[in-house]
Design a protein around this ligand. Structure first.
Ligand code: 13P
Length: 343
């Protein structure tokens, strides 16, 4: 399959992505929040429960895995990548090595991981990965950040990663995440998102990345968590669609949002509002949520195998709600009906 076909397959019918690619350190924080020890087996078991949930292939076209998870198997010995592939869910891999302080900057970050990436891509392809993720972290405030230095350095790294991915027959997910931390306004986020995305697309073109063979994973245009004026879902949706119409080429097959610290229902409502905006939207607009797909399931699991069925019901419900939102068909009734059934 070509990278273009894989990208389309992932988001067909509005399917989204489950971002289950938390590094072992980040997963440790998630497990600590439910009082569960950060062991390889605990990480494996929770993810097995998510991946073996019946029917998720209707809602999720792909799952982003961390390297450890790509090499793990179900309890009965089936490699996770093989299990997902057999369901029609494309296995993907987080390939960046995380963000570190950018030399010469005050307090901004650059994502590392380009060294040896060509060879790693060859191994990931052999292990079954058909798409990849690289996350750039862009800090924002009301006046001075991000600097041109941070924007350009991160955009170039994203483009070099994306070119290497496509060379290996792997669809790159290009993720420039403008953080929700801070008290900046929606207008400020809009301005910065435009500048960052324009720069990212300039570098992608400079590095001859085929734009019909990527998926973009951006933040929504949203106010900072500490901003006094919190916009409504409709305001977020209108600003987000208007921004993307101006800066994202039509040829990009899908835009899969990160949740970035939004609550589970909030992330669903915002995605639904985005899909309800009545204007030209040439891309599939779906989700690539980590926390907003897993929080409830993680709590229901609580580190106990006996909670498998509750974990899977909650995860399936959340995935279905987001898939409905990706089709502009999410309603409060759909949310409540299922919650009542599983209560
Ligand atoms: P969140 O949806 O929790 O922001 O995670 C998505 C992700 O993969 C960030 O890189």
């Amino acid at each position: 399959m070509s990278i273009q076909e894989i990208a389309k397959q992932i988001v067909e019918n509005g399917r989204g992505l489950l971002a289950a690619d938390e590094s072992n350190g980040t997963m440790g924080k998630r497990l600590a929040s439910i009082g569960v020890e950060n062991t390889e087996e605990n990480r494996r078991q929770f993810r097995e429960f998510l991946f073996t949930t019946e029917g998720i292939e209707k809602y999720c076209g792909g799952v982003i895995l961390y390297e450890e998870t790509l090499c793990q198997k179900t309890e009965s010995g089936v490699p996770f990548a093989q299990l997902l592939e057999a369901k029609g869910v494309v296995p993907g891999i987080k390939v960046d090595a995380g963000a570190v302080m950018l030399a010469g900057s005050q307090d901004e970050k650059i994502t590392e991981g380009l060294d040896g990436l060509r060879e790693r891509f060859a191994d990931y392809y052999k292990a079954g990965a058909r798409f990849a993720k690289w996350r750039a972290v862009i800090e924002i405030d009301s006046h001075s950040r991000p600097t041109g230095q941070a924007i350009h350095a991160n955009a170039e790294a994203l483009a070099r990663y994306a070119a290497l991915a496509q060379e290996a027959g792997i669809v790159p997910i290009v993720e420039p995440e403008i953080l929700m931390d801070g008290d900046h306004s929606l207008v400020r986020c809009d301005l910065v998102t435009r500048e960052v995305l324009e720069t990212v697309f300039d570098y992608l073109q400079l590095h001859r990345v085929a734009l019909d063979g990527i998926l973009l994973k951006p933040n929504m245009v949203i106010a900072g968590k500490e901003c006094d004026e919190q916009p409504s879902a409709t305001q977020i949706a209108n600003a987000t669609v208007a921004c993307f119409q101006d800066v994202v080429p039509d040829i990009v097959p899908g835009i899969v949002f990160l949740s970035g610290g939004q609550g589970e229902v909030q992330a669903t409502e915002n995605l639904n509002a985005i899909n309800l905006v009545d204007s030209d939207k040439p891309w599939i607009l779906s989700f690539s949520y980590g926390r907003a797909l897993q929080q409830g399931a993680l709590k229901a699991w609580a580190g106990k195998e006996v909670n498998k069925s509750a974990t899977q019901q909650i995860f399936a419900h959340r995935a279905e709600m987001n898939w409905l939102a990706a089709n502009g068909e999410y309603t409060a009734d759909a949310e409540d009906n299922r919650q009542a059934a599983t209560a």
